[in-house]
Ligand binder design. Structure first.
Ligand code: 9MR
Length: 450
């Protein structure tokens, strides 16, 4: 099937599944806090790496669907998986993940376009000019297929060496094309999908060190010369040999100060119990302290499928039980059990709750008006937060009676003047959206009250 036909059919499918998601979301409007909804309350996404092969396991899918607002295919978008022979793209497994995510109203991170690892064997022997052509064709093939459907792409992954030198890592791209391959990849990526945030992603760059300094210098240079880069991903694979650095937050902030977003892209922390929970808290608090830290992704749903399963580094154990680290993350995100949260015993405002209901109040060929009605539960509330996830193509041109913040296509709306509500009373906010080819309804998530 040609690329263009496949692209059209991806967009059509996305519209259908987004409409289905609205029904599912209506039921969860009063659900208890989850990682995704708590993070949305902070204007962030909370994601996980996902393997297509596990989606058929009901506990895996249930935990994924309940807790997370963004997914990263763990291996399915890599070069060896998507272009195993030159010019012949296969998207079956990656499409499964993207379709699943969209059916649940989740965003998708793209991982990864240009990386020295998981390269099919035909790439390395190419001569310089041929390699350049192949690299650009690969970027165009992936980004074209998923155009408008990926909130952030890891355009280049792990291009710097470990250790003290701050040098570039040897790879077919580096060795044949020189430093300029990274810039070229970003320029090609911008043209391929102008709506996607373009990230550089790496590990052992989480604190200030020679490697992160080298990445910092590259980003600074890109910004000064207008090379298109929007974000830096910090993988954040931690264990006792590589603990959460004490200057983690400072490091995130210095990158943000260059004018890029920062994202925590592959978080896992080996350990267990309260020590692991405390480390997770440090990471979440660091992200929340940096306004341009737009979201966090853990590198898997459950310990049993982690690439470091022996180190039990994730938030759910092998039976999908919440670990202490889960509670710590939820609490740090301001979810149930956190200080000041409606669920926190003894807090004023205990029992505060609200529901959010969406209706389309006007409709025309290129756009529509949506209205979300917020209704307080059995107790008066002083404020509320509601999330609205728009189909990827759509954009909002104006919003009234509320204050929006954006993360990808997730709009988190707080009151402008209309926070306090008597028990059972309602208010509403409205918005105008451009359809841009998708007539699907947005998904309204959990309403949080205080
Ligand atoms: O988790 C991924 C694992 O399943 C693969 O076997 C491995 C192969 O290289 O890649 C793992 O994911 C890596 C990610 O793509 C880039 N950063 C490091 C991750 C952990 O190795």
């Amino acid at each position: 099937m040609s690329m263009i036909v496949r692209r059209l059919s991806r967009a059509a499918t996305a519209g259908l599944v987004a409409a289905a998601a609205l029904t599912a979301a209506a039921h969860s409007a009063e659900a208890a806090d989850t990682l995704g909804s708590a993070a949305a309350g902070q204007g962030r996404y909370f994601g996980t790496a996902v393997a297509a092969s596990h989606l058929g396991e009901s506990d895996y899918a249930a935990t994924l669907d309940r807790e997370f607002s963004s997914v990263t295919p763990e291996n399915e978008m890599k070069w060896d998986a998507t272009e195993p022979s030159r010019g012949s793209f296969t998207f079956t497994s990656a499409d499964r993940i993207v379709d699943h995510a969209q059916s649940q109203g989740m965003d998708v991170r793209g991982h990864t376009l240009v990386w020295h690892s998981q390269l099919p064997s035909w790439v390395s022997p190419l001569g310089a000019q041929d390699l350049r052509t192949a690299m650009n064709a690969h970027i165009n093939g992936l980004m074209g297929h998923y155009k408008g459907e990926i909130h952030s792409w890891d355009v280049v992954n792990e291009a710097f060496q470990d250790g003290g030198s701050g040098a570039r890592r040897s790879s077919p791209f580096q060795d044949k094309l020189g430093d300029g391959f990274i810039e070229e990849a970003f320029r090609t990526a911008r043209a391929a999908d102008p709506a996607a945030k373009l990230c550089y992603n790496d590990y052992n760059t989480d604190g200030v060190n020679a490697k992160s300094n080298a990445v910092y210098d590259m980003v600074k240079d890109f910004k000064s010369r207008g090379v298109p880069i929007d974000c830096v991903g910090f993988q954040s694979h931690f264990n006792s040999n590589s603990p959460v650095p004490s200057d983690y937050r400072h490091n995130l902030q210095r990158f943000a100060d260059l004018g890029v977003d920062v994202q925590i892209t592959e978080l896992d922390i080996e350990g267990s119990g309260s020590a692991q929970a405390a480390d997770y808290t440090k990471v979440v608090e660091a992200c929340l302290a940096v306004s341009r830290c737009t979201g966090m992704t853990v590198w898997g749903v459950t310990d049993k499928y982690s690439w470091r399963s022996g180190g039990t580094p994730l938030l759910f154990d092998g039976d999908y039980n919440e670990k202490p680290a889960y509670g710590a993350v939820l609490s740090a995100l301001g979810g149930s059990g956190g200080p000041g949260d409606p669920g926190d015993p003894g807090d004023p405002g205990d029992g505060a709750s609200c529901t959010a209901m969406y209706t389309r109040t006007a409709d025309w060929s290129s756009g529509y008006n949506g209205q979300v009605t917020i209704t307080a539960g059995a107790e008066p509330i002083s404020s509320w937060t509601a999330t609205v996830t728009l189909p990827a193509q759509q954009s909002v041109s104006s919003l009234w009676n509320g204050t929006p913040t954006w993360s990808g296509n997730v709009m988190t709306v707080r009151p402008s003047w209309n926070g306090p509500l008597a028990a059972g009373a309602s208010t509403s906010f409205g918005f105008t959206a451009a359809k841009n080819g998708s007539d699907a309804a947005p998904t309204v998530g959990t309403c949080t009250a205080s």
